[in-house]
Design a protein around this ligand. Structure first.
Ligand SMILES: Nc1ncnc2c1ncn2[C@@H]1O[C@H](COP(=O)(O)OP(=O)(O)OP(=O)(O)O)[C@@H](O)[C@H]1O
Length: 581
């Protein structure tokens, strides 16, 4: 019970924001229409049930006039039912896409806000496949919530309507058993109730392991797909290492788990279906067996009433055994809700991590330096990594950062960029300053070369002539004529070419602070030297901070700093300058 309550509370938390969003009137209007139509459909069912009584009675009495009239009535009821059914589905689908659109945009916004996507990975939270959460799970959540919510409402209203009908009919016919009349008030209702509760409990008992099995199936499928994507992304490495058979083994093993779990689902579904099918078959005759003696022995009712009882009994039992038919959807729905809940929690812990005053935070300052008054950078597990005391990157100065591999140079850059929260202390960044980080492998979005070079800017904001000029300057004249070409540039260009492209990006964006994290390490030394000279010539006012291991870099920087071991951590110190620029 507590489980159901907490699932419902979670559903409310995930679902309700849409209905108070900027799209609330469309959402509420469509939901209202879907619910109203569902209620009208139940009303129509009640009218059809009463019509059935009159129609079969007319058949039994060979009453031609009533037969003709009731045929017309049926045509009217059937038309209403078809029109309502069509619009219910249409409006339901319309609501689904609007709701899904809103939720997807909300999640995209939160996920991509202020490096949350990166911090979520760092925190290693439950939301391991954000792609699955935002595509499959949002879609499932919306459709299942509507199906279950509207289905439940329909079940309750159907139940109430047909209980009243059955109750009335119970009074009209005796319950004849072994020659005596055992009638008691509403006995048809009680019979339907006992029958449905029996069915629901047995179904719950047989089907409950499916909840876990379904959850595991989705997890294992996602795991298999993720491993396939990794092979695709690293296909060159795998081909070079001849790793195909190792990958094949690994993938087969993952798929084997999908298959194994599927066998579990099959066997459990077989048992569940055997029961639900038998139950459905028994339901066809059960009410007739109950009311049969009154029809055949005491002859106290007509065929129309018997048929009406059969249908009303079926409706009550359908409504009561809502859980019987919706069992699988409910199980999948709970799994979807749990995954979306994990995703939302993961986003909010990433936001909390960034906002936590006890973690590293950047604050705007009036000076021109990036100042690190007192900073301790830690690993996600809390172990200290780098400590910095009273340090600043001075405007226009070019600084080289060195230190052993794994000392924390890149992590220090991440902290300055404001995306590494682990640790404590403030980083003061000049108000409205523009910072650019260039890593060893720049990210180049799939699309036109023009888009890739100016990223994260918009192609329209950068004149093609200027982009060509910059590409030629960084030593990529052969690309200057291919700006409109669309490709997967990270796969197509050599690492050295990608690094040249990264420098071209910096020249276009002219940041005030440029951080180069081994951003030219794949180039030969003369090419690297030429690029550094280009940066000095084209970006004379930019503060450049480079991480590099080559001593030849020294000549292009005015200041050297190093990460040196200081007990358990590394400390940032001014190093001896080897050569003047
Ligand atoms: N996301 C992470 N989770 C856990 N540990 C991390 C993470 N990122 C980095 N580290 C650890 O932090 C330490 C510093 O890594 P970092 O990449 O900053 O070193 P570096 O000085 O730039 O090394 P290199 O010169 O080899 O590039 C390493 O021990 C690394 O394993």
């Amino acid at each position: 019970m507590n489980n159901i309550r907490s699932t419902l509370a979670t559903v409310w938390r995930i679902a309700s924001p849409y209905f108070s969003s900027e799209d609330k009137w469309a959402g509420r209007g469509l939901l209202g229409a879907v619910i109203s139509i569902e209620l009208l459909l139940v009303g129509n069912d009640v009218l059809v049930n009463q019509w059935r009584n009159r129609w079969y009675t007319a058949l039994q009495n060979k009453d031609w006039d009533t037969f003709k009239f009731e045929t017309m009535v049926f045509c009217g009821l059937a038309t209403v039912s078809v029109v309502l059914g069509v619009y219910q589905l249409y409006l339901n689908q319309w609501l689904q896409i609007r709701w899904r659109n809103w939720m997807t945009n909300k999640y995209l916004g939160e996920w991509l806000h202020d490096a949350n996507h990166y911090r979520m990975q760092l925190a290693g939270d439950a939301a391991d496949n954000p792609d699955q959460r935002m595509s499959d799970d949002v879609k499932l959540f919306v459709s299942q919530t509507l199906a279950i919510g509207v289905g439940l409402l329909s079940a309750v209203v159907t139940l109430a309507s047909f209980v009243i009908i059955l109750w009335g009919l119970s009074a009209a016919l005796p319950l004849l058993l072994f020659g005596s009349d055992l009638t008691f008030p509403g006995y048809l209702v009680w019979a339907a109730l006992v029958y449905a509760v029996f069915g629901t409990m047995l179904t719950q008992w047989i089907g409950s392991p499916l909840v876990n099995l379904d959850f595991n199936q989705q997890r294992l499928e996602a795991d298999f797909r993720f491993n396939l994507v990794r092979v695709r992304e690293n296909s060159e490495q795998i081909a070079l290492l001849r790793g195909e058979s190792a990958e094949r083994g690994r993938l087969s093993e993952r798929f084997g788990r999908v298959v194994g779990n599927w066998y579990g689902i099959m066997s459990r579904t077989k048992r569940l279906t055997a029961f639900t099918q038998s139950y459905a078959q028994a339901s066809v005759i059960f009410p007739f067996v109950l009311a049969g003696p009154a029809y055949f022995v005491s002859k106290s009712i007509q065929l129309g009433v018997l048929i009406q009882i059969g249908e009303a009994f079926g409706k009550v039992q359908d409504a009561l055994s809502f859980f019987v038919t919706a069992y699988r959807t409910m199980a999948e729905w709970r799994a979807t809700v749990a995954r979306l809940d994990g995703f939302e929690n993961s986003i909010s812990s990433a936001e909390k991590l960034a906002a936590d005053p006890a973690s590293i935070h950047t604050r705007p300052a009036s000076g021109g330096d990036i100042a690190l008054p007192q900073l301790l950078v830690k690993l996600p597990n809390g172990a200290p990594l780098v400590s910095v005391s009273r340090f600043s990157f001075r405007p226009g100065e070019r600084t080289l950062v060195t230190g052993p591999s794994g000392a924390g140079k890149s992590t220090l850059f991440r902290a300055v960029a404001g995306i590494w929260p682990f640790g404590n202390g403030a980083i003061e960044v000049p108000r409205d300053a523009t910072l650019m980080m260039l890593p060893q492998r720049p990210y180049l979005p799939i699309g036109s070369l023009h888009d890739a070079v100016v990223y994260p800017g918009e192609a329209a904001g950068y004149d093609a002539g200027r982009v060509r000029e910059v590409l030629t300057a960084v030593g990529l004249p052969q690309l200057a004529t291919r700006l409109e070409e669309e490709a997967h540039w990270n796969r197509m260009l050599s690492l050295g070419e990608q690094q040249r492209l990264g420098i071209a990006r910096a020249l276009l964006h002219t940041p005030q602070f440029l951080f180069l994290d081994e951003a030219t390490a794949s180039l030969d030394e003369p090419s690297e030297a030429a690029l550094y000279q280009l940066i000095a010539a084209k970006l004379p006012d930019t503060t450049v901070v480079s991480i590099g291991h080559r001593s030849t870099l020294d000549a292009f920087h005015q200041r050297n700093i190093a990460l040196v071991r200081d007990g358990e951590r590394f400390a940032l110190r001014d190093a001896v300058k080897v050569a003047a620029s």
